[in-house]
Design a protein around this ligand. Structure first.
Ligand code: MTE
Ligand code: MO
Length: 271
């Protein structure tokens, strides 16, 4: 018996509304099935990701280099596939909260972002170091794969600025360079401090010009249920990849383990 069957067999036979959220979600997924998921995702993404060159103050990293090199692998460093953004007034005043995995223990008092990149000494950074990077805000439609979405307003540092500043994500130990995509590790892994929730992100999406290490929601510091002190906001992915309360961030060529992929979701859920 595989692990999923085993879990199912030992689940209490409660009415649906009394089941823990995680069990409901898994059952929903199991009944929903791979076929529905595989066909639903591309349609949603097609409607959702629109070319939007005028989007709000989003930096276009290395755009000049990109314009002179259209043959780069995949769409690394691309600035063309931006998600649609909205005026700030359209953002929900009360952003919905969903998912508490990895948040059930207190935020460590001595919280720091732990960073590991092969070939470099592991190091950590305070929230002030992240706030010292240029601040970017985005108002966009956050989408949960369970079927709800909401226009939300997030602020923080671009993940690409962070990688540039700390020369991360590359084998050479240099800042990521669009002419040297072979130098990039394939994945970024993120985990909560207690390791109760964890995701893997393809480097292409990590470097996307709307991907943010977020510390603000609606112009205020993020509160605990939304992922204080620092969370990932990755608009090209469904909610599941937007890890709240980042503890550790690392790079690898192997797919980092991923909480919902282990429970049957597509690993990439997005772009
Ligand atoms: N640490 C952690 N991050 C998480 C989750 C979680 O359970 N734990 N759930 C994910 C899911 S499924 C969604 S939809 C979003 C919800 O973010 P929100 O609570 O800010 O709306 O967080 C994502 N990040
Ligand atoms: Mo979600």
């Amino acid at each position: 018996m595989n692990q999923a069957e085993n879990q199912k067999a030992t689940e209490p036979n409660l009415p649906e509304e009394n089941l823990p959220e995680s069990v409901v979600r898994r059952r929903m997924l199991q009944s929903f099935g791979w076929f529905a998921l595989a066909s639903a995702v591309p349609v949603g993404v097609y409607q959702w990701i629109k070319k939007s060159p005028g989007a709000q103050g989003i930096k276009r990293p290395l755009r000049n280099v990109l314009n002179t090199n259209e043959t780069i692998a995949r769409t690394y460093f691309s600035d063309t596939h931006l998600v649609t953004t909205f005026p700030v007034e359209e953002a929900a005043k009360n952003a919905r909260v969903n998912g508490y995995d990895g948040l059930k223990t207190p935020i460590p008092e001595d919280w720091k972002l732990q960073i590991e990149s092969p070939g470099k000494q592991p190091f950590d950074l305070t929230i002030d170091a992240i706030k010292a990077l240029p601040k970017h805000e985005i108002v966009y439609e956050f989408k949960c794969i369970e079927g709800w979405s909401q226009v939300q307003h997030w602020g923080g540092a671009l993940l690409s600025d962070f990688l540039e500043k700390y020369k991360l994500g590359t084998r050479s130990g240099n800042a990521p360079n669009p002419d040297k995509t072979d130098d990039l590790f394939r994945y970024v892994g993120l985990e909560t401090p207690d390791k109760g929730y964890y995701v893997g992100i393809d480097m292409e999406s990590a470097l996307h010009p709307q991907t943010i290490l977020a510390y603000e929601l609606n112009g205020e510091p993020i509160n605990a249920p939304h992922g204080a002190p620092l969370r990932l906001i990755i608009p090209v992915k469904y909610g599941v990849k937007n890890l709240k309360r980042i503890g550790r961030l690392f790079f690898s060529d192997e797919k980092p383990r991923d909480f919902w992929a282990e429970r049957g979701y597509d690993y990439y859920v997005g772009l």
